[in-house]
Design a protein around this ligand. Structure first.
Ligand code: A3P
Length: 272
């Protein structure tokens, strides 16, 4: 009987697919997978497991397509998705606003210099024979100016990307998660995240342990998972050695953009 099921659905007793209430929009290599896996421990959160890329790649498929990529939820549960390229893609803020101007936006940020090296490390792991980081990050060999058109550099100019989001959303609809603190004190960062999402603080220090072999916080046994586990091998890679002079020049390049980002967010992330 359709009427009976409609009634159950209206009462929130039958799961249905809804548009996301909150998005993890970035940044790539900031710790976005860790944040998603940590917040999914919460019983009132349901999230799409893989990156949906609706607002950047598959927008032409339409909103019904998007909704069908969301997990079924019950009334009161928070629906989420993470696609890190949203933060840096020009058209995305307006499109998200069009879906729902009240969407909550989470951004995990990390020192843009280590983020760039992490991004490069990932690319080099997928493609054999890649040139050195130092050769790619600067124009005409490592002698020249910083190559601001190179993806790993460009993504780290957070202030520029944030300015575009702030033309569409008020600052209080964004939460900035420190990628560094998410490693050092995951429970404290997750308390902020749960408060922001209007959730009870269910994910706490009890969920984490520091795995000294991995060098990262990992998850204690949780619902659906019977044993402790860490994120996969592609999270927490060893980075190649980079010439300290190149690092210093990148730090100088980012300094004014970081200062602007601290000013816009009202948070000093303490990047060197
Ligand atoms: P590295 O592999 O360079 O260390 P993303 O999921 O956005 O791609 O981010 C990957 C980064 O998340 C990793 O970059 C790692 O530093 C960071 N990270 C944060 N918490 C982590 C955790 N608990 N386990 C593994 N990596 C974590």
């Amino acid at each position: 009987g359709a009427p009976k099921y409609r009634f159950l659905r209206q009462q929130g007793l039958r799961p249905s697919r809804k548009f996301p209430d909150a998005l993890i929009i970035g940044v790539k290599k900031g710790g976005t997978r860790a944040l998603l896996e940590f917040i999914r421990l919460h019983p009132d959160v349901r999230a799409a497991g893989s990156e949906v890329h609706f607002f950047d790649r598959f927008y032409s498929k339409g909103f019904t397509w998007y909704r069908h990529h969301m997990p079924p939820t019950l009334e009161g549960q928070v629906t989420m998705e993470k696609t890190p390229s949203y933060f840096v893609t020009r058209e995305v803020p307006q499109r998200v606003r069009q879906m729902n101007p009240n969407t909550k936006l989470l951004v995990v940020v990390r020192d843009p210099v280590t983020r760039a090296i992490s991004d490069y490390t990932q690319a080099a792991s997928k493609k054999a024979g890649m040139r050195r980081f130092e050769d790619l990050a600067f124009l005409n060999g490592s002698g020249g100016l910083v190559d601001t058109s190179w993806g790993p550099v460009k993504i780290g100019v957070y202030a520029r990307h944030l300015e575009r989001w702030l033309r569409c959303f008020p600052l209080n609809q964004l939460l900035f998660v420190s990628g560094e603190r998410l490693i050092v004190d995951p429970a404290a960062e997750m308390a902020r995240v749960q408060d922001f999402l209007g959730l009870k603080r269910v994910v706490t220090e009890k969920h984490f342990y520091f795995n000294s072999t991995k060098g990262f916080p990992c998850l204690m046994k949780s619902e659906g998972r019977s044993s402790p586990h860490c994120l996969g091998k592609t999270k927490g890679r060893n980075h190649p050695h980079i010439d300290p002079a190149a690092i210093e020049r990148l730090r100088e390049f980012y300094r004014p953009f970081n200062a602007r980002f601290y000013q816009l967010t009202g948070i000093n992330f303490g990047w060197p």
